[in-house]
Design a protein around this ligand. Structure first.
Ligand SMILES: C[S@@+](CC[C@H](N)C(=O)[O-])C[C@H]1O[C@@H](n2cnc3c(N)ncnc32)[C@H](O)[C@@H]1O
Ligand SMILES: [Zn+2]
Ligand SMILES: [Zn+2]
Ligand SMILES: [Zn+2]
Length: 735
């Protein structure tokens, strides 16, 4: 029962908040490959230490530990966060994920890699690319006239043919290419001649320096309509019947090393005839090349992929331009020839991750002046301005930092850092506002370590956890992050990478046998696959029961959950009750920051609830309340802790915390009379009824809101009382 005693909300909130701001700096391992909604590694390390290290968390956190012999499972491993933390602490691990991409990614994270040999191979692939397609990413610098400036990004606008006059026109939503900030001036595309103008103030842009026409910032394309500039006919878009949308290159952001020392800000240019010739050459080379690795797969219908269909995309390959297809095909060929399987697999993983940036759905961030990859939100939004990154990447000069994003060198560098971190993991400590990186000597991630014989068990299974039959009493902990009903369509999104990766690694890998990662057993609500809340609940319940049966008596089953609607937690309550688990405590912890379209704009909460559950043990009587005022008091204390940890808590956050407590309590009070055999809707009704009986979320919120002063006094009084009670023998109820 150590998590309940040793976990510190404030300490972990501080760690997790820092981590989630730039997760790559705290857990470089995530750069092995994109996965969605990764939870903070610092949180799972904390849970493991609180449970197994004994004593105060803060004292243990920055020290090295080895829990050899303990076995930890995660039925929904995704990007692998809980498993990686357990493996790093010396535990044997068992992971399930139904998605082959998740399985593959965790495998790559844990697999041993000879870093030198990998680096050499990645460099060779880069040289090969340079030889074959390098010239297609060079441009003439209009300032000095040299031909060897490096393209950072090609920017494209969607075009369409007029339904009335048949002529082609641009779908510009606006003409501002870059905003002042990173660059000293606003950059505006002239609507008349297409030239780029640098202006002091975009609100008064003046006239075009080239053609003299008035500069405008608002474009003609808006709300799926655009007037044809030739005949004024009002066209609508998209037009899926005419195939995937066309694009026209309208600007280039480049880097001229010769002019750089004397130049202020970024370099922008309008594409010249040389740029168009290179594009045509790339297209010609691509056409002459019989593709071996570019996928032929059709895009299946789906909750997220339907948007692609609405834009006329029918095949995955249509989401790329010819220069991208050429470069990716050539890279894949080179990778496929590598004689060492481990290195080949690592490079193939790199290519798969590179795809995120090498497609015509990437957008350009006009503030940050960089590419937004296809998964920057958890969907497939199609913009009107697209950004094509330099495929090779621009390796930095003296500093060694890459210039621009989305190229091969970027991906390889991140991968190297990730795998280096596996051998020498660290933590970051904040001391007086300054960061200190501490090597945690003796800890490492993987199956084996260079020069050492000790092996750890790493059992990863690409299978549905609903049918996991595990030996009873074989697990010391289950740590997981289950899918949240309809939050992210993992399979639909990841298929975008899978169809490519599959071609490179299929031969030796049965998990790549299917053409898609979609699976009827995936636990997400999906309208296209007719999976509803009933399937989700039933599946989650089976997974919880399987895991609970495999746990040693009293061992923890801890998982994170987050949703803006209380009903989305009902399946969790049902699953806990069906599995005979009791929630001994709920702990708030910051998690998701901004990326999810499902979280943005909906009272956006960044707080997850960690449900800590066990099949047997004791629970603090203090937590077993029934009245909204008393629930509110528990929450006030948690809010205080979060604040101590530097987390600014919003109303949305508070709601998620309330939901956690209500579910915890509903499970406790329903437990004695729970009938597993009832239908899911009857079970939901019981939970809803119980939550009503507890006053409901609204009542707790009102109690919290009731004028601050009053609440404050109550809080102080209770904090003292709570401290005395907590941990005392008589304060615990056995279950
Ligand atoms: C929220 S994600 C886990 C994210 C992970 N904890 C991380 O931090 O990267 C949930 C995972 O559950 C997986 N999943 C969905 N249904 C499943 C099933 N029936 N069996 C096993 N895994 C499943 C999804 O593929 C997804 O990877
Ligand atoms: Zn120059
Ligand atoms: Zn027209
Ligand atoms: Zn002009």
């Amino acid at each position: 029962m150590s998590i309940e005693r040793n976990f510190s909300i404030a300490f972990v909130a501080d760690l997790a908040l820092h981590e989630k701001q730039i997760q790559q700096n705290y857990r470089p391992i995530i750069a092995v490959h994109k996965w969605f909604a990764r939870r903070p590694g610092t949180l799972f390390r904390s849970l493991l230490l609180a449970e197994f290290a004994g004593g105060e968390l803060a004292g243990n956190y920055y020290r090295s530990h080895n829990f050899q012999g303990l076995k930890v499972a995660d039925p929904f491993m995704g990007g692998g966060t809980p498993l990686i933390e357990a493996n790093r602490l010396g535990c044997d691990v068992l992971g399930y994920d139904i998605n082959p991409m998740a399985y593959w990614i965790v495998r790559q994270e844990i697999a041993y890699l000879d870093l030198e040999a990998y680096q050499q191979a990645a460099r060779e692939a880069g040289v090969f690319l340079e030889e074959k397609v390098g010239p297609f990413y060079r441009t003439r610098c209009p300032i000095c006239g040299r031909e060897d400036a490096q393209v950072k990004y090609f920017l494209w606008v969607k075009v369409q043919r007029c339904h009335n006059c048949g002529r082609e026109f641009d779908l510009f939503p606006g003409y501002i290419l870059a905003q002042k900030g990173r660059h000293p001036r606003d950059v505006i595309i002239c609507a008349a001649c297409g030239d780029l103008n640098e202006v002091e103030d975009k609100r008064h842009p003046g006239r075009c320096q080239t053609c003299g026409e008035k500069l405008i910032t608002k474009g003609p394309a808006s709300r799926n309509h655009c007037l044809c500039p030739h005949c004024s006919y009002k066209n609508s878009y998209p037009n899926p019947e005419s195939g995937p949308p066309g694009h026209r290159m309208v600007a280039i952001e480049y880097l001229c090393p010769h002019c750089k020392p004397r130049h202020q800000g970024r370099f922008f240019k309008k594409p010249d005839s040389g740029d168009l010739t290179k594009l045509a050459e790339a297209a010609g080379t691509w056409k002459a090349l019989p593709p071996q690795f570019v996928p032929e797969d059709e895009i299946p219908a789906g909750d997220e992929t339907d948007r692609l269909h609405r834009w006329g995309y029918r095949y995955y390959r249509e989401m790329f331009n010819e220069r991208q297809l050429l470069g990716l095909e050539i890279l894949a060929r080179k990778i496929s020839q590598h004689p060492d399987e481990r290195i080949k697999d690592a490079l193939a993983t790199n290519l798969s991750d590179l795809l995120r940036y090498q497609n015509m759905l990437c957008r350009y961030d006009p503030y940050a002046l960089k590419s937004l990859d296809i998964f920057s939100v958890h969907g497939f939004p199609v913009g009107l301005i697209q950004c094509e990154s330099n495929l090779l990447g621009i390796a930095g000069g003296k500093t060694g930092v890459n210039i621009g994003s989305g190229g091969w060198t970027n991906i390889v560098d991140k991968y190297l850092k990730a795998k280096h971190y596996c051998q020498w993991p660290f933590e970051i400590m904040h001391v007086n506002g300054r960061k200190r990186q501490l090597w945690i000597k003796g800890e490492w991630i993987g199956e084996r370590r260079q020069g050492m014989t000790q092996q750890r068990e790493v059992d990863l299974r690409c299978a549905s956890a609903t049918s996991a039959a595990l030996e009873p009493s074989s697990l010391d902990a289950v740590l997981t992050d289950p899918p949240y009903f309809a939050n992210v369509q993992y399979a639909e999104l990841m298929d975008f990478c899978y169809v490519w990766l599959r071609r490179l690694v299929k031969a030796g890998n049965p998990v790549f046998a299917a053409r898609t990662t979609r699976n009827q057993e995936e636990l997400t609500g999906n309208i296209t696959m007719s999976r509803g809340i009933d399937d989700f609940t039933e599946g989650l319940s089976r997974v919880f029961s399987n895991m609970a049966a495999a746990l040693k008596p009293g061992a923890p089953f801890a998982f994170t959950y987050h949703h803006n609607r209380l009903e989305a937690y009902y399946p969790v309550a049902v699953s806990l009750l069906d599995a005979g688990l009791v929630c001994t405590v709920t702990l708030p912890c910051p998690a998701e920051m901004a990326a999810s379209i499902h979280i943005n704009g909906t009272g956006s909460s960044i707080i997850d609830t960690v449900f800590v559950c066990r099949t047997t043990g004791v629970i603090s009587r203090r937590l077993l309340v029934r009245e909204p005022e008393k629930i509110a008091i528990l929450i006030l204390r948690e809010l205080e802790e979060l604040e101590k940890g530097g987390v600014p808590v919003t109303r949305g956050d508070t709601r998620c915390i309330i939901y956690g407590h209500l579910i915890r309590l509903a499970v406790w009070y329903l437990r004695p009379t729970w009938d597993q055999s009832l239908s899911w809707d009857k079970k939901f009704a019981l939970i809803a009824g119980m939550i009503n009986g507890l006053g409901g979320a609204g009542a707790v919120e009102t109690c919290l809101e009731e004028n601050g002063v009053q609440l404050k006094t109550e809080r102080e009084a209770i904090v003292c009382e709570g401290e005395i009670e907590y941990g005392a023998e008589s304060d615990e109820v056995s279950f």
